[in-house]
Design a binder for this molecule. Structure first.
Ligand code: BTN
Length: 324
């Protein structure tokens, strides 16, 4: 890929955010005059980049606009594996599809695909997931866990916990998990998780975990059919969040949870999951094999099933249709 002078300049400055670089050094690296470097820097400032300029030392990039790109995402990525290899696209049909393609091409564990906008974002049960808007976090990553396929869906629960931790670190909100794959705030959907995999009976080839989170959406940015059911971090807090920071912090949280999950299993996290469970302790109505039942939602089973109880008898729900 041939980068423009502007892109090269951003790359050089972001690679050196911890230090000062001189105008002369930048001009040598880019093969352009110092005046041309200075002009490019002015354009960058107009576009939301902030520099500190110190005489005799040079420039240091201290802040970038809320952009998600390979460069901006990579800097500040405090993970060992997750997101250490990544690709960014301004617009795609679905990051899930790209992730599947890359996984088949042998992309490593942790490979991340991030986009600003999806034209065919999808959710569970092939439902459409609105993600054209550029104010969200839309991304998928590849995992290659050495666990039986039967345990794979627990990674949806782990992903939900990672989202809850990230939201709580950044806000005073009380997010909740709507089993199995939604994160809600005040009863409205903030984020969704889509876990897909390629596996044989006893071996996972790879998994793709997709996360979509509404970050800086204003109320009028949701379409009429969903606007009463969804929310964003901006709507709930009044604050604007840097999307790349959210993604980086989420990946760090997820990585810690994932490593612990592989060693210890889900039981370690059962309580944390239940603490955020939407409607825990309440009566749920659900459909199983076309019959309607009800029972009290008493918790999550170690294997990821939702546990309901009626007249002292427990029922374990794996894919039941729940009337939330
Ligand atoms: C759901 O709500 O049912 C899950 C939504 C998952 C959406 C994410 S956005 C990134 C990735 N790409 C997709 O097409 N879907 C997931």
């Amino acid at each position: 890929m041939v980068l423009s002078n502007r892109e090269r300049l951003i790359q050089l400055l972001s690679q050196n955010m911890h230090t000062y670089v001189s105008g002369q050094w930048l001009s040598n690296e880019l093969g352009i005059s110092r005046t041309a470097v200075w002009k490019q820097m002015k354009h960058l400032e107009e576009d939301g980049y902030h520099f500190k300029a110190v005489p005799n030392k040079g420039y240091r990039l201290i802040d970038m606009p809320d952009k998600v790109s390979e460069n901006t995402l990579f800097w500040g990525m405090d993970t060992r594996v997750l997101g250490q290899t990544l690709e960014y696209h301004e617009q795609v049909e679905s990051t899930q599809d790209i992730a599947h393609m890359r996984a088949r091409e042998n992309a490593p564990e942790g490979y991340l695909i991030v986009t600003d906008s999806q034209l065919k974002g999808r959710g569970r049960l092939q439902r459409r997931f609105q993600s054209e808007n550029k104010n969200g976090g839309w991304f998928s990553f590849i995992l290659r866990p050495d666990i039986p396929p039967l345990h794979a869906q627990k990674l949806t629960l782990i992903t939900a916990i990672a989202l809850i931790r990230t939201i709580k670190q950044k806000t005073t909100l009380q997010p909740q998990i709507k089993w199995p794959n939604d994160v809600l705030i005040n009863g409205r959907k903030l984020a969704g998780i889509l876990t897909e995999m390629q596996a044989e009976q006893d071996r996972i080839h790879y998994m793709v975990i997709g996360v979509g989170i509404n970050i800086n959406h204003r109320p009028d940015e949701f379409s009429d059919d969903i606007k009463d059911k969804v929310t964003s971090l901006l709507i709930e807090t009044g604050d604007h969040f840097k999307r790349r920071h959210f993604i980086q912090d989420f990946l760090k949280n997820f990585e810690a949870l994932y490593e612990a999950f592989l060693k210890e299993g889900f039981l370690t996290f059962k309580e944390e999951w239940e603490q955020s469970a939407f409607r825990l302790g309440e009566e749920l109505t659900y459909k199983k094999n076309k019959q309607t039942f009800s029972g009290t939602f008493i918790g999550i089973h170690e294997d990821g099933a939702l546990v309901v109880e009626k007249d002292g008898i427990k029922d374990y729900l794996y894919s039941a249709e729940i009337d939330w």
